[in-house]
Design a protein around this ligand. Sequence first.
Ligand SMILES: *[C@@H]1O[C@H](CO)[C@@H](O)[C@H](O)[C@H]1NC(C)=O
Ligand SMILES: *[C@@H]1O[C@H](CO)[C@@H](O)[C@H](O)[C@H]1NC(C)=O
Ligand SMILES: CC(=O)N[C@H]1CO[C@H](CO)[C@@H](O)[C@@H]1O
Length: 232
Amino acid sequence: MVKITPLAAIGLVGLAGQAAAATVKIMPFGASIVGAPGCWRAILWKKLQGAGITNTDFVGSQKATDCGFPYDGENEGHAGFQATGIVADNQLPGWLSAAKPDIMMIHLGTNDVIQRKSTADTINAYSTLVDQMRASKPTMKILFSQLIPIDPKKFSGAQQGIIDLNKAIATWAPTKSTSQSPIVVIDNFTGFNVTTDTVDGEHPNDSGNQKLANKFYQPLVNAIKSVSTRRQ
Ligand SMILES: *[C@@H]1O[C@H](CO)[C@@H](O)[C@H](O)[C@H]1NC(C)=O
Ligand SMILES: *[C@@H]1O[C@H](CO)[C@@H](O)[C@H](O)[C@H]1NC(C)=O
Ligand SMILES: CC(=O)N[C@H]1CO[C@H](CO)[C@@H](O)[C@@H]1O
């Protein structure tokens, strides 16, 4: 972190190149698919480095897990957590104020479905969480992933719950999106196969991690650019 004196700050206003290099903080947010181990985040970080996008800081109270190579792995992925539970326990505001993200990258709700929370209750929880994100930063950029499928043989009935919640996310997100704080929906369901892309019918394997990284990549690059060009 470089300390910017008032004089240098004035200089930055006119220098698009330097302004674009300002650090953009990204909070990956969700449950075990995000955090434990969540190696799609490592692959995603590596893709950003490969593209020369290095002005990022992944943030959150959870540390990097071992994904075979070093990467910026802080995150807010809490194994077993539900969107409805995070709201009930009012956990997000504290995580946000500790880390101050510019971008939220979210895959959250699989445990709500497994624990039979209704689609409506989970969507209501999402709305509260988005309000909390905007209370932390009014211009928060929000990447909201639809949920990857889970194996219906292992989680009886849950597959349909995932499909229902994904449909609800697609209709809810545009109503909650604003121009200063857009919600971009990322379709992580289509093309994801529980047999070949997960280790256990739920958590992504190498192939699934690659797919998640690929789906998140371009929306994340767009969000990083929109944050860094706005910065002064
Ligand atoms: C997933 O992969 C398995 C094994 O290759 C295949 O039998 C199945 O049809 C695939 N499912 C989907 C939804 O593509
Ligand atoms: C998981 O990913 C690897 C590497 O892409 C693949 O070869 C394997 O068949 C996948 N499935 C399981 C169940 O590990
Ligand atoms: C099953 C499911 O939720 N599929 C959705 C995946 O995302 C696309 C585009 O966002 C939707 O059209 C599908 O219905």
